[in-house]
Design a protein around this ligand. Sequence first.
Ligand code: SG5
Ligand code: ZN
Length: 261
Amino acid sequence: GACCSYRLRDALHPLWQSPLTIPGGTRQSPINIQWRDSVYDPFLKPLKISYDPTTCLHIWNNGYSFLVEFDDSADRSIIVGGPLENQYRLKQFHFHWGAINEWGSEHTVDSKFYPAELHLVHWNAVVYPTFEEAVMEGNGLAVIGVFLKLGAHHEGLQTLVDALPAVKHKDTVIEFDVFDPSCLIPSCPDYWTYAGSLTTPPLTESVTWIIKKKPIEVDENQLEAFRMLLFTSDGEEEKRMVDNFRPLQPLMNRTVRSSFQ
Ligand code: SG5
Ligand code: ZN
């Protein structure tokens, strides 16, 4: 599955025809999280999430995924704690998903793919003046990853799903004010954390990854709504937005820490 989708995805989307690795990279993402190789760290704090629903601005199909973007001009939607030394500001969230349910997530757990993965992207506004500067620095970004599995209908996600037909084509944006993405984060506090990179260009090694252990459940119709989006602009030959994930990268000299025993 993984090998086929990799080839298919490259053929589908020009973005990933650019080199899939960066020379000299030592902390690239995503990775396979091998549960028994992760190391319990009793000093890891619980992650505290505090989002202000009114900082939500719009949904944008950027031709790689759909992004829900937030006003990050002040410390209004933030996370603190976990592996982080200070607070980080929410910039946007987006998803990666497959053409079918057998794959789609970027990270895997014990080599198991989930059908989709949510990424909430935050930046270190305490240390860096802008998001663009934070993207270039080792402690610049913190991304929360949440796996989506097939199961019950997700009420919180449906608000988003209902808006997707309006951003079907690449380069379309709609207003989407008032949304609290903490409804998409499982309440179970357990997570894994490791030092990694962005999974799209510029692939910079600036991300503290926080991967939630427990997935959220979504139903088949909700995943199908993701798969109705297009990589292409209005007027171009339609290409479905599916398999928008990067292949697994080598762990190299890294340890995945867990907040739980
Ligand atoms: C960065 O990484 C990119 C996002 C990209 C995620 O946040 O932003 C920049 O590099 C701007 C300097 O790209 C954009 O926001 C478009 C301008 O998000 C995507 O491309 C959506 C998949 C990727 O983050 S990730 O590592 O969590 N997957
Ligand atoms: Zn992502």
